[in-house]
Design a protein around this ligand. Structure first.
Ligand SMILES: *[C@@H]1O[C@H](CO)[C@@H](O)[C@H](O)[C@H]1NC(C)=O
Ligand SMILES: *[C@@H]1O[C@H](CO)[C@@H](O)[C@H](O)[C@H]1NC(C)=O
Ligand SMILES: *[C@@H]1O[C@H](CO)[C@@H](O)[C@H](O)[C@H]1NC(C)=O
Ligand SMILES: *[C@@H]1O[C@H](CO)[C@@H](O)[C@H](O)[C@H]1NC(C)=O
Ligand SMILES: *[C@@H]1O[C@H](CO)[C@@H](O)[C@H](O)[C@H]1NC(C)=O
Length: 776
């Protein structure tokens, strides 16, 4: 225990989704690689009885072993569904030998990824019993299975009670894998499967550090993240849920009728691509409908990205893959998991606040928020002296461990800057040094973002502009004083949703012709299930136990969308992953609850690179009117239009593709994506886009087009009316986006909507248009 666990608290609360470099080299000079192979043809199949035999034989050859030599200790995983290939420990010489083998497509070092609600279902309009509610229509996501790749699960949580849930569908082939403090009796009709994948992590983590960390070698969750995300996707109703009294209400996942399958791939050192691929490989065969990945890294080219490659195969098997966009916002081009066949989710705020206002000695008030359990409306802390310990080289501004001199902070309210170490850890440091309370001050990068925590001492968290005022006040007086006035839980008073400051932003680094992220969903201060082995602050020193806790990140936004995908699938079992995604995107909200444009962390209106198509609206998504469908081969043609090399195409699709002949057959091809993104230059002054919509609404219906042309452009649409005479009828249209002679670089935004209105029924099928100007 100790340091490593503390570091984890930091990662899970602050970062949650960040990438890192390849795995460390081990003492024997071996490293882990993911080796991708040509799928075995009929001939290969006759030689080797199983994929594993073939993989062992390749390893044996690479190692120069005789037939009797045993390479099996080197083989970590054999893949056949998410990818053809294997993960193995290799020496440099073996690596070279494999790279030369004609069976091998590519060899990549194992990559380490990091992980990136009592109330959110109501905010999204999913009320039970309400007429026409999406939940009613779909029977709450019944008969669908959501696979969650994360840190495992705490199966005893009341959110995973299976009362009233029917048995798993008969097609389900998953199992409940035994391990430390976990056996088959921990699965039930809600939690129908649980497995763990640790080999990649195990060989990359030194044995000494492994001994220091208490972690269950089983599907059981020792970090909280996986319990939180899986209950957000499909937890059952739990009345009177709260975090030590705060945010009280009924806790419920997005799809309370859906089944959950747990794939534990993240451990104290993060999540390794070899383990993630192994989980996707098995999940495809187990029979999941939706895969939820609240993990990832920085944008990397698709052909080098195991998640993109594994999810291509998953998509071909009809599985919706939903991923977090990452927490590296508001930096442009930070959006991860950007493959067009993935649904990429950014994070937004709820209209729920936990006010904890600072009253300064000079009478001024600074707005802050806190989930400290003493936060009850009207309760105030007595006035204390405020100190901000600066200078020195031990990081006292950030309240690093051992940095606060006892004599300076004892009995006082201590100001700690946000960043670097964990937010709740700062509270622990203040407490250990004898401090009585803490003010957590945002720095410039956090702006006004207010992710709250369950601190271990009375505390509040203030925005960047408040922190400037606070520090100026402290500097202006010899004895600064302040008190914290708590306001309990307040709902519906603030503007929401807003895009969270940390939510990763487009444009997509690798493929600007697809607008990313795809949409946003609640990801700030989300309350969901929590394990019983650790307190809500995630600190080892925290003795408190609670069935629910609060977390923030695109990690929390992702499972909301995974749950909604399963609701849509339950209502429309024949829809493809692209159709389900289209339904959510073309019906997303672009305004907040007050009817005004969604803002970017309280500042100006949010751009398309922050919101994508907008905030997911499950009630509308279940009945979208029209959908934009995409077949697996369309993605291949799309990649060809981007100029991918044959070797890159092979790595992504496992097929020998001749882009030349595909492009010859598909002149002017554009991917039938539900959003539109084009680049205009001095040379390319117009773009033609083709789209095809499928009628899933009224059999006899006529839609007319409504366009908001992006600034500097003229938009022509042909035809301007679409007349449907039956369900599932497909109609095509074309769009020309024409420059009106603008100069310089930049972006402009518009939209195209197909609108139907008749009787009491209306549909608006909306696609945002993003234009990138490149004139220099
Ligand atoms: C947590 O849930 C368990 C199981 O439902 C229950 O027995 C326990 O009382 C709950 N704990 C709290 C603090 O509510
Ligand atoms: C599973 O574990 C529980 C508690 O540790 C134990 O009571 C039960 O007998 C075990 N069941 C099986 C099938 O091993
Ligand atoms: C505090 O005041 C001093 C002198 O007036 C100034 O140099 C310093 O920048 C101030 N610090 C803050 C944090 O405002
Ligand atoms: C691709 O072509 C190579 C060389 O012609 C061949 O060895 C390989 O089996 C093919 N792979 C697939 C997936 O068709
Ligand atoms: C749709 O319209 C056609 C002719 O206009 C009519 O024959 C058909 O019955 C209508 N279908 C429905 C479901 O109303």
């Amino acid at each position: 225990m100790g340091l490593l666990v503390l570091f984890l608290a930091l990662v899970f609360f602050v970062g949650i989704l960040v990438g890192a470099g390849p795995s460390a080299e081990s003492d024997e000079g071996l490293r882990t690689y993911v080796v991708q192979l040509h799928p075995r043809g009929r001939m290969v199949r006759s030689v080797y009885p199983s994929e594993m035999e073939r993989h062992l034989s390749l390893l044996r050859e690479a190692a120069g072993l005789t037939y009797d030599g045993d390479p099996s200790s080197r083989l970590l995983y054999s893949y056949r569904s998410a990818m053809s290939g294997f993960a193995a420990r290799l020496s440099e010489a073996e690596l070279d030998a494999l790279r030369r083998s004609k069976d091998v497509i590519s060899v990549r070092p194992d990559v380490q990824y990091q992980l990136q609600t009592t109330y959110s279902y109501k905010f999204l309009g999913l009320e039970t019993g309400s007429e026409g509610g999406a939940w009613m229509e779909s029977r709450y996501g019944r008969a669908t299975i959501i696979g969650v790749l994360d840190t495992g699960v705490w199966p005893e949580s009341p959110s995973f009670d299976d009362h009233g849930i029917p048995p798993a569908p008969r097609r389900w082939k998953g199992t409940c894998q035994e391990g430390q403090y976990f056996n088959s009796s921990n699965c039930n009709r809600k939690l129908i499967g649980a497995r763990f994948f640790i080999k990649g992590h195990h060989v990359a983590s030194s044995p000494s550090s492994a001994e220091d960390v208490s972690e269950y070698v089983s599907p059981r969750d020792s970090h909280g993240h996986g319990t939180h995300t899986s209950s957000t996707a499909a937890g059952v109703s739990v009345p009177m849920a709260s975090v030590l009294g705060l945010g009280a209400g009924v806790a419920r996942g997005m799809a309370p009728g859906a089944h959950i399958a747990i794939y534990k791939v993240c451990w104290f050192n993060g999540c390794y691509s070899s383990d993630i691929l192994a989980a996707m490989d098995v999940a495809i065969r187990d029979g999941v409908d939706v895969l939820s990945l609240s993990l990832g890294g920085f944008p990397i080219p698709l052909f080098a990205d195991s998640i993109a490659i594994g999810s291509f195969r998953a998509m071909e098997s009809g599985i919706s893959v939903i991923c977090a966009a990452g927490n590296n916002g508001p930096i442009p081009n930070s959006v991860a998991n950007e493959a067009p066949w993935i649904l990429t989710v950014g994070a937004s705020t709820l209209d729920r606040k936990f006010p904890a206002i600072v009253q300064l000695g000079n009478g001024k008030f600074l707005y802050g928020e806190s989930m400290f359990p003493g936060n009850r409306h009207g309760k105030a802390l007595k006035e204390l002296e405020v100190v901000y310990v600066t200078g020195g080289d031990r990081g006292s501004e950030y309240c690093f461990k051992g940095s606060l001199p006892r004599e300076k902070v004892r009995g006082k309210m201590v100001v700690c800057d946000r960043g670097i170490n964990g937010r709740t850890e700062k509270g622990q440091v203040v407490k250990e040094a004898g401090g009585a309370a803490m003010i957590l001050a945002n720095t410039e990068i956090n702006r006004e973002e207010d992710s709250v925590d369950v601190h271990i001492l009375p505390a509040t968290s203030i925005g960047y502009s408040e922190s400037i005022l606070l520090k100026a006040y402290i500097n202006s007086t010899r004895q600064a004083k302040a008190r914290i006035i708590f306001g309990g839980t307040v709902i519906g008073k603030n503007r929401a949703p807003e895009v969270a400051s940390f939510s990763a932003r487009g444009p997509s680094l690798n493929n600007p012709s697809i607008l990313k992220p795809d949409l946003i969903a609640p990801g700030v201060n989300i309350i969901a299930a929590w394990p019983q082995n650790l307190g809500p602050s995630v600190l080892p020193e925290d003795p408190r136990r609670t069935n629910f806790s609060v977390m923030s990140g695109t990690s929390m936004a992702c499972p909301h969308v995974s749950g909604i995908a399963s609701i849509i699938r339950s209502s429309h079992p024949k829809w493809s992953p692209a159709a389900i995604k289209s339904a959510m995107m073309t019906t997303a909200d672009i305004t907040d609850r007050s009817g005004k444009a969604i803002t970017d962390n309280g500042a100006k209106p949010a751009g398309l690179f922050a919101t994508g198509a907008g905030q997911v609206n499950p009630t509308r998504a279940i009945n979208p009117g029209l959908i934009y469908d995409i077949k697996p081969n369309d993605y291949i043609t799309h990649l060809c239009t981007l100029g991918y090399q044959a070797s890159e195409m092979l790595a992504i699709t496992h097929r020998n593709i001749s882009c030349k002949s595909i492009l010859a057959k598909n002149r002017g091809f554009t991917l039938n994506y539900p959003t539109i993104s084009v680049t205009l230059t001095a040379k390319t002054r117009q773009k033609r886009i083709k789209r095809e919509v499928t009628n899933v609404g009224e059999p006899n219906s006529t839609y007319s087009v409504e366009v908001g042309a992006p600034e500097g452009t003229k938009v022509r649409v042909k035809p301007r009316r679409l007349v449907f005479d039956r369900i599932n009828k497909r109609l095509r249209y074309r769009v020309w986006i024409i420059s009106k002679g603008r100069r310089g670089n930049g972006f402009s935004e518009g939209h195209l909507s197909w609108v139907y209105q008749s009787g009491g029924i209306s549909y608006t099928v909306r696609s945002p248009i993003s234009v990138t100007w490149k004139h220099k």
